[in-house]
Design a protein around this ligand. Structure first.
Ligand code: NAD
Length: 490
């Protein structure tokens, strides 16, 4: 499949260089993606700008009708999309179906916002005067997304943007362009007016930069690594853009001495090794009370023996490949570093090289123990199926270890004590806290994002996402027929 850009409602051919799309489970060549330039970004931004005036004037409930149609199409194509997602990205088919479902949920939820988009009314301090605030669209927004949730994250960003009356240019990751292509086809199929949604493929440094620097792009919504996000923030700040950043994590599960250890182990296995550890919310640290550490390690090793690794299209497989060779090498580098730092390798630790794994990019689910909180493997985002066990002996220490990293996305605590649980949810410095569940599993109607190195104060998902794509406009209507001066005339 040779992909094309989607600009102004047309599939645009170009004399562009291309890059192969590879199935990480098998090494199979799935197609090619064009590597666009500033010229294509210019064309897409112009199309979005032209469409935006009319789009913003369409009543929000009518804009929302398109989102309902998009949601129904996603539902109709759920299995088809999930199969492509697994082939392109590698996550197991059950998770791929869940990701498409997230897009469906987001479409229907944000369509509902078309009949809300609530503002406020307030009493005026002057007689015969009315005061209100409304959410106004901003204009053309630029979306930059990663490969690990290629459809869900695109829906978190594009759906609130369009229901609020903006148009957008989206630069997906080159690792997963087929999902972007399929979503663009859906935009076309539901008859979204030309220019409202534009998809341009290419590299971050070339077209991401061109989008951030473009004078007609007012907002950049980025999800990706903290290293890239800080470059986006720097360039966007220089051009005075509104920048929303959702970045990396170093998420922990805390297991207290009164926890249900069996349940904690299930939560850990799901959140550390699901999606081969390539979720921004993946559990990368287990902070365990010394009284239950041995029990937890035994039960974790037992549970891990049941993990099947392989091509995610096989419904029995629980852990698929990682995205590419570079990722495999990065994970291996951290594992070697962990050994050098003096952590004990409890299980795993190898790239799988023998058949049937030799054509794809597979890493063994890996557990380190006796890890101290300041080791590099306990501080940096590894983004693979590797987890580190850190021993603590109090809730205070657990919180200190949890918060002692530069990221702040997700945290989890297993305990049966209501006081412990409430104290923890208050003190854990992360944007998301789970109690008696692993570190993953966000629902689309709550805000999604994190503190410190994970974000810059904005949120995807939920109503909070609307804050990224709208400006507050305060409107004063004076019907007194006289000049009334605020603060002066009483
Ligand atoms: P990445 O930072 O390498 O790339 C993200 C996107 O930015 C891609 O589309 C890429 O092409 C683009 N890009 C690269 N350089 C750029 C530049 N100079 N200017 C503009 N754009 C540029 O991240 P990735 O490897 O695709 O994704 C994995 C990362 O994403 C992990 O760190 C993960 O934690 C994070 N993530 C965060 C969340 C969240 O909501 N917090 C969700 C999913 C993934």
């Amino acid at each position: 499949m040779e992909l094309k850009n989607y600009i102004a409602g047309e599939w645009v051919e170009g004399e562009l260089q291309t890059m192969p799309i590879i199935n990480p489970a098998t090494g199979e060549h799935l197609g090619t993606v064009p590597l666009s330039t500033k010229t294509e970004i210019d064309a897409a931004v112009q199309a979005a700008k032209k469409a935006q005036k009319e789009w913003a004037l369409l009543p929000a409930p009518k804009r929302a009708d398109y989102l309902y149609e998009i949601g129904f199409k996603l539902k109709e194509k759920k299995e088809y999309l999930a199969q492509i997602l697994t082939k392109e990205m590698g996550k197991v088919i059950e998770e791929a179906r869940g990701e498409v479902q997230e897009g469906i949920d987001m479409a229907l939820y944000m369509a509902g916002e078309g009949r809300r988009l609530f503002g406020e009314t307030a009493p005026s301090e002057l007689a015969n005067k009315f005061a209100m605030s409304v959410r106004a669209p901003i204009g053309v927004v630029g979306l930059i997304t990663p490969w690990n949730f290629p459809i869900a994250i695109a829906t978190w960003k594009s759906f609130p943007a369009i229901v609020a009356g903006n148009t957008f240019v989206w630069k997906p990751s080159n690792e997963t362009p087929m999902m972007a292509y399929e979503l663009a086809k859906i935009f076309e199929e539901v008859g979204l007016p030309k220019g409202v949604a534009n998809v341009v493929f290419g590299t971050g440094p070339t077209i991401g930069t061109a989008m951030i620097e473009h004078p007609d792009v007012r907002v950049i919504s980025f999800t990706g690594s903290t290293a890239t996000g800080s470059k986006v923030a720097e360039l966007g700040g220089k051009h005075l853009k509104k920048i929303s950043l959702e970045m990396g994590g170093k998420n922990a599960v805390i297991v207290m001495d009164d926890a249900d250890v069996d349940l904690a182990v299930q939560g850990i296995v799901w959140s550390a090794f699901g999606t081969a550890g390539q979720r921004c919310t993946a559990c990368s640290r287990i902070i365990v009370h010394r009284d239950v550490k041995e029990e937890l390690e035994e039960k974790l090793l037992k549970e891990m023996r049941a993990i099947t690794i392989g091509n995610g299209l096989d419904p029995d497989v629980k852990v698929g490949p990682v995205i590419n060779r570079q990722a495999l090498e990065k994970i291996n580098h951290y594992v070697q570093l962990g050994k050098q730092e003096g952590a004990t390798l409890l299980t795993g630790g190898h790239i799988l090289t023998k058949a049937p794994y030799d054509k794809g990019f597979y890493f063994e689910p890996t557990v380190f123990t006796n890890v101290s909180p300041n080791m590099i493997i306990a501080q940096e985002e590894i983004f693979g199926p590797v987890v580190s066990i850190i021993e603590i002996d109090s809730l205070e220490q657990a919180i200190e270890v949890n918060n002692g990293v530069r990221f702040g996305l997700s945290s989890s605590i297993f305990s049966r004590n209501v006081n412990t649980i409430f104290k923890a949810q208050q003190l854990l410095d992360t944007g998301i806290v789970y109690v008696n569940a692993g570190t993953t599993g966000a629902e689309i109607h709550l805000p999604f994002g994190g503190t410190k190195g994970t974000g810059n104060g904005h949120r995807d998902s939920g109503q909070a996402a609307l804050d990224v794509y709208t400006e507050w406009k305060s409107v004063y209507v004076d019907y007194s027929g006289t000049l009334q001066r605020a603060q002066i005339d009483t």
